[in-house]
Design a protein around this ligand. Sequence first.
Ligand code: PMT
Length: 405
Amino acid sequence: MLKDKKIVIGVTGGIAAFKAAALTSKLVQAGAHVKVIMTESATEFVTPLTFQALSREPVYTNTFIEPDPTKIAHIELADWADAFIIAPATANIIGKLANGLADDMLTTTLLATKAPIYMAPAMNVNMYNQPAVQRNMQQLMEDGIQFIDANAGYLACGWIGKGRLAEPEEIVEYLEQAFIRSDNKGSHLAGKSVLITAGPTQEKIDPVRYFTNHSSGKMGYALAKIAYLRGADVTLITGPTNIEPPLGVKVVQVLSAQDMYQEVIERFEQTDIMIKSAAVADYRPAETFEQKRKKQPGDWSLQLERTQDILAKLGALKQDQVLIGFAAETNNVEENALGKLERKHLDVIVANDISQEGAGFKGDTNEVVIFTKDGHRFEVPQAQKVEVADKILTEIEAYMKRNQS
Ligand code: PMT
């Protein structure tokens, strides 16, 4: 994705400036053309020669050095770039840009560019949490600048907390995804708000016991990743899983069916597309215990009660939203899935026959049949869950185009 992309790295004055050298090297190795602008403070940490050697380009440090009289360097660079990444971004550059200040090579270039700007902050945890810094970051986000969040951990200043520059690999992955998203601007999902549920739910019995199911969350996470790459604004509401959330996706963790219901209902009105791939418990214990229930002689019977059917509720509330359900079936797959499509007022249902090897719960693969309200039927043969997710989203887009939604 990064081959021949023109990327300007802005390096500002923090100890993490040394990591910008690795970032430069990784972007060059990925085939990008990289030019570097350093602030004066950045040159106190790393020399321009380091970046010149890694990028094989001259490094810009001063607005008033104009080697070519036919061009104005900062405008030339602003127009040349496909993207800007500021790494590390100090509190100072964040504050300057939030206020439209331009007093050096980096800030003049940033104000002059129309290319997307990404910022990877790095600073002491208390600076990071300072209301003024948070306010400036919020302002920049509202202005369309995207932040690659700092990581938490041991900071060079000795504090432990949020403020470590994202690793160069994470920044490269973020940029790759950003380019894929911008190439997908024509997708029907671009700019749409997509809400996805994934994983199992846990229904508490007492502090040590609960009911759950075999869902790993892989199917839902794959859908979130592909929807994000197609340009959607994705929120993933997930039961407990061991999977790393996809980059760029907002994640809300829940435990029970009732928690999931509340988080979904709260967001449904502002949602364009809702995909319910979670395996939600249909029943929960009617009674729960605050203390561990000690074992006693003889058997123990638990009364179960129905949970809220979230999908059915959404079907009843639905206005312009496109509503997609899943059906996990072991027999009469088609008949049962079509029944759910109609009863729950869905636009699309994705049926998986979980009795088949390599389909449904836990594994990396799935095999599904997609049915739409307007009578289309589409089979996706066994494939990796990300490929299945890609096909599902293609069918959802096709349905939306046919129905002008
Ligand atoms: O997570 P993985 O390991 O990758 O596995 C993927 C999967 C098998 C979980 C996934 O592909 C899948 O089929 N998800 C739906 C599982 C399920 O609960 O199916 P169902 O037929 O019981 O429910 C039908 C639909 O109603 C589903 O969209 C479900 O999210 C929804 N539902 C169910 C019960 C409930 N109380 N509320 C709901 O919203």
